[in-house]
Design a protein around this ligand. Structure first.
Ligand code: ADP
Ligand code: MG
Length: 251
C-alpha cells in the first residue's frame, strides 16, 4: 500500500489528490500549510483524517469540500478535475457530489427537521412529492421518524446531528464529508452518532471524517495522520485488526 492507496484495488476512486499544496500569505511571502498531500479515497471507504492542531486538517477539509482551491496539485472528484474550477462550478460540485456534516449541525432554525432535510432537494429542483418522500425515508432511517415536524430548537444535540446527517444523505452524494461531527456531543451521544456512521459505511456510503478524537478515528476503516501539512501515516485499521486476530487464533 502506497501513501495514495492500493493500486490493485478494483473499486472506483471517489476522490484523488496528487501533490496538493496550499499556501496562505502573499505570492511574495507565502506561508505553506499543505505541502504535497497525496490521497485516494475509493467507493465505500471510511477514512478518518487526524492530526495535531495546526497540522492542516481544516485547510484540507476546505479543499476536499470544494470550499477552497489548492495553490498547486490536482484534485479529481468522481473523475472531474475540480482543482481549478471557478466559484460557480465549485458550488455546483458541492451541491451535487458532497454531503456535509458539521460539528455545529448548521440546521436552519426556523425550518422543521423535514424542511431542513428537503433543502438540498429544493435547490436541486426536485418536485415536492418526491422531496417529501425522500426526506421522510431518511428521517426514518436516522431514527428521527417521530421528530419530522419539530424545529431544531426542540431537539437534543444528538437529534440535531441525526437531522444533519439525513440532510447530508438526501442528494445521494458520492462523498460524505464530516468535520468533527461529535465535537459538540456528550460521550454517550457521540457513540450513537458513530454507530450511525458505521451503519452508513455498512450500506456502502463513502465517508471522510476529520476528527481530533482518537475514539472517533478508531471506528473508521483507514486512519490518515497529517503532520506539518503532509500525510505522515496512512493505516488500514481493518487490515491491522484482521492481522491481530489471525495472530491471536494462531497462538
Ligand atoms: P488544523 O485544522 O489541523 O488545526 P489548519 O488547517 O486550521 O489546521 O491550519 C494549519 C496552519 O495554517 C496553521 O498554522 C494556521 O495558523 C495556518 N492558517 C490556517 N488558515 C490560515 C489563513 N487563512 N491565513 C493564514 N494562515 C492560516
Ligand atoms: Mg481545524
Amino acid at each position: 500500500m502506497s501513501a495514495v492507496g492500493d493500486d490493485r484495488d478494483p473499486r472506483a476512486a471517489v476522490l484523488e489528490l496528487q501533490g496538493i499544496e496550499k499556501a496562505y500569505g502573499t505570492p511574495q511571502n507565502p506561508v505553506p500549510v499543505l505541502r504535497g498531500v497525496d490521497l485516494c479515497v475509493r467507493e465505500g471507504d471510511y477514512v478518518a483524517i487526524v492530526g495535531a492542531s495546526g497540522s492542516g486538517k481544516s485547510t484540507l477539509l476546505n479543499i476536499l469540500g470544494c470550499l477552497d482551491r489548492p495553490t498547486n496539485g490536482s484534485y479529481f472528484l468522481v473523475g472531474e478535475d475540480v482543482a481549478t474550477l471557478d466559484d460557480l462550478s465549485l458550488s455546483r460540485v458541492r451541491k451535487t457530489r458532497i454531503g456535509f456534516v458539521f460539528q455545529s449541525f448548521q440546521l436552519v432554525s426556523h425550518l422543521t427537521v423535514e424542511e431542513n432535510v428537503e433543502l438540498p432537494l429544493l435547490y436541486a429542483r426536485v418536485p415536492r412529492k418526491e422531496r417529501r418522500e425522500r426526506s421522510r425515508a431518511l428521517i426514518e432511517k436516522v431514527g428521527l421518524g417521530h421528530r419530522g415536524d419539530h424545529l431544531p430548537t426542540m431537539l437534543s444535540g444528538g437529534e440535531c446531528q441525526r437531522a444533519a446527517i439525513a440532510r447530508a444523505l438526501v442528494n445521494e452524494p458520492a462523498l460524505i464529508l464530516a468535520d468533527e461531527p461529535t465535537g459538540n456531543l456528550d460521550s454517550k451521544t457521540s457513540k450513537e452518532i458513530m454507530k450511525l456512521f458505521v451503519e452508513l459505511h455498512g450500506s456502502g456510503r463513502t465517508i471522510v471524517m476529520i476528527t481530533h478524537d482518537p475514539n472517533v478515528a478508531a471506528v473508521a476503516e483507514r486512519r490518515i495522520t497529517l503532520r506539518d501539512g503532509m500525510v505522515a501515516s496512512n493505516e488500514n485499521q481493518r487490515a491491522a485488526v484482521a492481522a491481530e486476530e489471525a495472530e491471536c487464533s494462531a497462538n
